[in-house]
Design a protein around this ligand. Structure first.
Ligand SMILES: NC(=O)c1ccc[n+]([C@@H]2O[C@H](COP(=O)([O-])OP(=O)(O)OC[C@H]3O[C@@H](n4cnc5c(N)ncnc54)[C@H](O)[C@@H]3O)[C@@H](O)[C@H]2O)c1
Length: 385
């Protein structure tokens, strides 16, 4: 029987627009009989090379435009993947929903808390639409093991969680400035807006909402070369360390989470990690060692970590051989698989759906409080509502 097709329009054909399309192109990798994504329309501002890459590789493309509203008005489009700079999220996401299209939007889901609130209002006004925020790292097999441990309650009483995302490319002070380093386009959150949702996602999914936030932010590279080589101010935060206090909903006990988002972390290319320390068990995973899942079960005084080499054990089974390693493009495929799963009729829920709009809202609360904490030097108390 032919499989249902979900026709996507992609707005923003840069780094992430291409990752999305490439994942859609190897849908055969997933052992699943659900709907198939089809790249039907594309939109970017001006880059002709990007458009040609898409049209040369995706024969189902019927609409190529520089005006995103043309995709929204077109009946051939069911859903939009939107990967544009943060200053456009509010306008684009709201218009996508008002046009009646499903949305997989990119983080941070609004340039700031106010923009995020407006996107969430539009989401609530369209309850029939599937709206999710893209974040892939929870779909690495090692992250899945962390999630399994949480579901199996192997940690005992939680003591401390560390989540981080470390980059090093900004260690090159000659790297030219781009929109992600400009406050008016990337947002005041700086590195947090760029990397924060990726590390907030799993903690928020498990209900570890912050009750207080204490932050230390650094702007290390205060100038960068512009296109013509002249130095211009670079005002975004490079590195952020944010400590939150939460209550474990399983037992009402308090614990702390340390969130690190760093663009200047020596030696780290694109390292996402999570470490969970509990009284009974602890576990850690880092994309720096994609095969290694570290666990420790507390038995008396002596402690020892066990390293287990894991295969590509994913939420949606795939054809990948059981001894092969996973990478970013596999996690992208799994995350997109989770989004497509929601179009299935009569299927059991996916075990770990893609980011909910409400989770992006909590992520914004953490980042907004972090800005205030750094500015005032105070620990910021977060209201529940
Ligand atoms: N999920 C992830 O792992 C991940 C990784 C990187 C970036 N992102 C997010 O994806 C989004 C895009 O980031 P990117 O790295 O792909 O950026 P990018 O600069 O590589 O691409 C941005 C694209 O947006 C297009 N664009 C800009 N203005 C436009 C307009 N007015 N109309 C239509 N298109 C326009 C550009 O032409 C370009 O194709 C951001 O929200 C970013 O935070 C997510």
């Amino acid at each position: 029987m032919p499989r249902e097709k979900i026709n996507f329009g992609i707005i923003g054909l840069g780094l992430m627009g291409k990752e999305f399309a490439s994942a859609a192109a190897r849908w055969c990798h997933l052992l699943d009989d659900g709907p198939v994504p089809v790249v039907r329309g594309i939109c970017n501002r001006s880059n002709e090379w990007d458009r040609q890459w898409f049209t040369a590789n995706f024969p189902d493309i019927e609409i190529v435009t520089g005006n995103y509203r043309e995709l929204l008005e077109d009946h051939r489009i069911d859903a939009i993947y939107c990967a544009v700079p943060h200053n456009l999220h509010e306008e684009y996401y709201i218009n996508i929903l008002q046009a009646g299209k499903h949305l997989l939007g990119e983080k941070p889901f609004g340039i700031d808390l106010e923009a995020n609130k407006k996107i969430l209002e539009a989401t609530r006004e369209h309850p029939g639409l599937i709206v999710r925020c893209s974040s892939e790292f929870a779909y690495y097999p090692g992250a899945r093991r962390i999630i399994d441990w949480l579901n199996e309650q192997k940690y005992g009483r939680l003591m401390e969680v560390r989540c981080g995302f470390h980059h090093a490319s900004d260690m090159d002070l000659d790297k030219p400035i781009n929109w992600k380093r400009m406050v008016d386009i990337n947002g005041e959150y700086g590195c947090m807006g760029d990397l924060g949702f990726h590390i907030h996602f799993i903690p928020l999914r498990f209900g570890w909402y912050p009750e207080s936030v204490l932050a230390s932010l650094q702007n290390i590279a205060t100038e960068r070369p512009s296109g013509d080589g002249t130095l211009v101010p670079c005002e975004t935060w490079d590195n952020a360390t944010v400590i939150t206090e939460s209550t474990d909903p399983l037992n009402g006990m308090p614990f702390s989470i340390q969130y690190e988002t760093k663009r200047m972390a020596p030696g780290q290319t694109n390292t996402w990690f999570i470490e969970i320390y509990g009284t009974k068990g602890s576990a850690r995973y880092s994309t720096h060692e994609p095969k290694a899942f570290y666990t420790l079960e507390t038995r008396g005084r002596e402690q020892g970590w066990t390293r287990t080499d894991i295969g590509p054990d994913s939420f949606i089974p795939s054809i990948t051989g059981s001894i092969f390693e996973s990478g970013f493009s596999d996690s992208m495929l799994q995350m997109l698989g989770a989004f497509l799963w929601e179009f299935k009729k009569d299927a059991a829920a996916h075990p770990f759906p893609a980011g909910h709009p409400e989770e992006t809202h909590w992520s914004h609360k953490i980042m907004t409080a972090a800005l205030e904490s750094h500015k005032t030097g105070n620990k910021i108390i977060i209201k529940k509502s």
